[in-house]
Write a protein that binds this ligand. Structure first.
Ligand SMILES: Cc1ncc(COP(=O)(O)O)c(C=O)c1O
Length: 394
C-alpha cells in the first residue's frame, strides 16, 4: 500500500537502544538501564488502590473529552499549591499523555506549513510529531553558556509561528529561570507566535523550583503529564492548560481525535496527586542518584558535564571520545552492559558527540552502572592510550 511522505519521520533512537538492551537481556545478560527516561517505581499505591476500587463499582466508559471534572479541578489546585497561580479548572484539558497533548496542541494552534522554533538539543518527538502534522520544526542551536537553553537572541531574524521550550529540559535537565522564561514568552508574543511550555519534569527539581509559564502569562499553552513526577508513564495521562478563549477549539479536536484520555488512568492520576509522601520518597532516590552521577561520571572519564537543575538526566559531551555517539552507545552496551542514549536523538547536528545518561532507576543500579562505566572507560583508555597508563608500557 502507499505511504505518506509526512509519515517518514526518524525513529526515536532511544526506543531502538531499549530494544537492543532487551535482546541482550533475552540472551541472558544483565543490563543496567541508563537509557530509559522513566521511573523504575510504579504508580503510587494510592493510585493503584483507587483504580482497584473503581473497577468494582464503575463501568469505566468514556469520560467527557476534556477529562474527569474532579481531575481537572485537582490539577487546577496544583497550580495554587506549586506556583501560587489561581487557575480556572475550565482551562485544563486532560490528554492521553503529554504526547497526546502535543498532537492536540499542534493541531489546535497551527496550520500546515507553520514553523515552530525549538531548542536543540531537545526532546526528539517534538520535531517528528511536527513533521508528521505537516508543520516545520525550526531548530535553534543553543549555546553551552546558556546551558543549552534557547535565548531570544537565538531567535533573531527567524520566521516562526510557534516557540516551544522545556524546563527542566530533556536531555540536559537545565531550567529557565523566571527572567529567561519571561524573555522567551515576550519574544514569541511580540511577533504573535504561540508559546508552548513543556513542564513534564516539574516536581523533579533539585536546588530551586521550576517556574511555570503560567506564572508569567495566561496567553500560553502549558503541557504536563503524570508520567514523570507522578511515576505513571504507561498509564498515558497528561494535561494541557490553554488560554480561556481557546478551550472550545481544543475540546472539539479532543472529542474527535481521542474521545477522552483513558478513564482508568484518570482515576489513578487523581489519587496520585495526593500521594505526596511516596512521591517525595522517589525524589529522595533521584537526589541521591544525581549526587552519585555527578561524582561518578567524571571519575569514569565522562567529565564534560553540567549539573542538571531537574529531571533525571546527565547530558555528557563525549566529542573528545567519539564523533559517532550511536556506535559509542552500542559499544558501551556490548562491552559494559550499560544502555545509554546517543545524543543524535536530541540533536541531529551536534549529537554525534554527546550521550545522555538517565538516573531514574534504583540507586543500586546507578552504583553498579557507574562501576561498569568506570571499568569500560579504563579498558578503552588503555587500548586507545587516552585513559590510565597502558600497563604494557609501564
Ligand atoms: C520532555 C518530554 N516531553 C514529553 C515526553 C512524553 O511523555 P508522556 O507522553 O509520557 O507524557 C517526554 C518523555 O520522555 C519528555 O522527555
Amino acid at each position: 500500500m502507499r505511504n505518506s511522505n509526512r509519515g517518514a519521520v526518524d525513529p526515536f533512537i532511544v526506543m531502538d537502544v531499549m530494544e537492543a538492551a532487551r535482546a541482550a537481556e533475552d540472551a541472558g545478560r544483565r543490563i543496567i538501564h541508563m537509557e530509559v527516561g522513566q521511573p523504575g517505581t510504579p504508580a503510587p499505591a494510592a493510585a493503584r488502590a483507587a483504580l482497584s476500587a473503581a473497577m468494582q463499582s464503575d463501568s469505566l466508559g468514556y469520560t467527557v473529552a476534556l477529562g474527569l471534572p474532579a481531575l481537572r479541578a485537582r490539577i487546577a489546585q496544583l497550580y495554587g499549591e506549586w506556583y501560587n497561580v489561581d487557575l480556572d479548572p475550565g482551562r485544563v484539558v486532560v490528554t492521553p499523555g503529554s504526547s497526546g497533548g502535543f498532537i492536540l496542541a499542534f493541531t489546535a494552534l497551527f496550520d500546515a506549513g507553520d514553523r515552530v522554533a525549538l531548542g536543540a538539543p531537545g526532546y526528539p518527538s517534538y520535531r517528528q510529531i511536527l513533521r508528521a502534522l505537516d508543520l516545520v520544526p525550526v531548530e535553534v542551536q543553543t549555546a553551552p553558556e546558556n546551558r543549552l537553553q534557547p535565548v531570544p537572541g537565538d531567535l533573531a531574524g527567524l520566521d516562526y509561528q510557534g516557540l516551544m521550550v522545556a524546563s527542566p529540559a530533556n536531555p540536559t535537565g537545565t531550567m529557565l529561570d523566571r527572567a529567561a522564561l519571561g524573555a522567551l514568552v515576550g519574544a514569541a508574543q511580540d511577533r504573535g507566535a504561540a508559546f508552548l511550555s513543556d513542564e513534564i519534569y516539574h516536581g523533579i527539581e533539585y536546588d530551586r523550583r521550576a517556574v511555570s509559564a503560567l506564572e508569567i502569562s495566561d496567553d500560553v499553552c502549558v503541557i504536563n503529564s503524570f508520567s514523570k513526577y507522578f511515576s505513571m508513564t504507561g498509564w498515558r495521562v497528561g494535561w494541557l492548560v490553554v488560554p480561556p478563549a481557546q478551550v472550545r477549539q481544543f475540546e472539539r479536536l479532543a472529542q474527535n481525535m481521542f474521545i477522552c484520555a483513558p478513564h482508568a488512568a484518570q482515576i489513578a492520576a487523581l489519587a496520585a496527586m495526593d500521594a505526596g509522601e511516596e512521591l517525595q520518597a522517589n525524589m529522595a532516590v533521584y537526589t541521591e542518584n544525581r549526587r552519585l552521577m555527578l561524582e561518578g561520571l567524571p571519575k569514569a572519564g565522562f567529565d564534560r558535564i553540567a549539573p542538571p537543575d531537574g529531571a533525571f538526566y546527565v547530558y555528557a559531551d563525549v566529542s573528545h571520545l567519539t564523533d559517532d555517539s550511536r556506535a559509542f552507545a552500542a559499544e558501551i552496551l556490548d562491552q559494559a552492559g550499560v544502555a545509554v542514549t546517543p545524543g543524535l536523538d536530541f540533536d541531529p547536528l551536534r549529537g554525534g558527540g554527546t550521550l545522555r545518561f538517565s538516573y531514574a532507576r534504583s540507586t543500586a543500579d546507578i552504583i553498579e552502572g557507574l562501576e561498569r562505566l568506570t571499568a569500560f572507560m579504563a579498558a578503552r583508555g588503555a587500548i586507545k592510550g587516552v585513559g590510565p597508563a597502558d600497563p604494557a608500557a609501564g
